[in-house]
Design a protein around this ligand. Structure first.
Ligand code: GDD
Ligand code: MN
Length: 241
């Protein structure tokens, strides 16, 4: 089912992902090529000390500048602003946001696209907390933190999505721009704010169950301070929306 007019820009934020990047890019290319959708991959590396950018340059050579687009920044400026930076350079009319550490499997991208078409959704959100979705490989502490964050967000803000902290999503570009302009948060809490704003703006949100598998290479950049910022963001949204 080839569609000429649609183009999907995949935003891949990276910080110390040199071991994961070749495989994730290979898989993204594979699934887009198989499903015949037009795409580009935008890598936003934040000056990773492990040499992720050097690896990305090799991939740019292999797949071509039109498929692997490098938009690095000098230093680690956070996940939220990395998406904003990447989106500015996106040429697609749809944007896919995902992690680069293989926790989000590119095999779900064609499912997101199919879902989007089914209901002309503004946002398709991958969910670990509905249907066949799930989390694999996390310790109990991380599971509790994620579940609790989702649970209290559901109670306080009633978002129209079952996974508010997940970051595997497909957006119409103009909707993403609108949401980003409305968002105040910069770190990991950004994901939650985006979906809450989407509900607030009356966006049509579709969901696709995904399995999130904990990374094999490298480490998570989510620290205790992010939990604090999440709660702060949650209370801010509760007070203002
Ligand atoms: N450019 C850039 N700058 N990339 C970053 C930064 C940053 O400051 N911080 C993290 N990343 C990249 C990582 O390299 C990875 O590709 C992705 O963002 C996710 O980072 P992880 O450190 O792997 O996050 P996680 O696995 O702990 O958290 C995941 O689950 C959370 C909720 O359960 C992510 O999907 C989060 O977005 C999500 O909120
Ligand atoms: Mn991760």
């Amino acid at each position: 089912m080839a569609e000429k007019k649609n183009k999907y820009s995949v935003l891949l934020p990276t910080y110390n992902e040199k071991d994961n990047l070749p495989l994730i890019v290979w898989l993204i290319v594979k699934y887009f090529t198989e499903s015949k959708y037009d795409f580009e991959i935008i890598v936003i590396d934040d000056g990773s000390p492990d040499g992720t950018l050097e690896v990305a340059k090799q991939l740019e050579k292999i797949y071509g500048k039109d498929k692997v687009v490098l938009r690095p920044r000098e230093k680690k400026l956070g996940l939220g602003t990395a998406y904003i930076h990447g989106m500015k350079h996106a040429t697609g009319n749809f944007i896919v946001i995902m992690d680069a550490d293989l926790s989000h499997h590119p095999k779900f991208i064609p499912e997101f696209i199919k879902k989007q078409k089914e209901g002309d959704y503004d946002v398709v959100s991958g969910t670990r907390y509905s249907g066949d979705g799930g989390v694999y490989g996390w310790d109990i502490k991380r599971k509790v933190v994620s579940r609790t964050a989702n649970y209290i967000t559901q109670i306080l803000l009633r978002p129209g999505a079952s996974d508010v902290t997940g970051s595997f999503r497909l957006y119409k570009k103009e909707i993403l721009e609108k949401l980003i302009n409305a968002c105040v948060s910069k770190g990991y809490v950004f994901q939650m704010e985006m979906i809450v704003r989407a509900t607030q703006f009356g966006c049509r949100i579709g969901e696709v169950p995904i399995s999130f598998v904990d990374r094999v290479y490298g480490t998570s950049k989510l620290g205790g301070s992010e939990i604090f910022y999440f709660l702060k963001g949650l209370l801010y949204l509760f007070a203002t929306t």
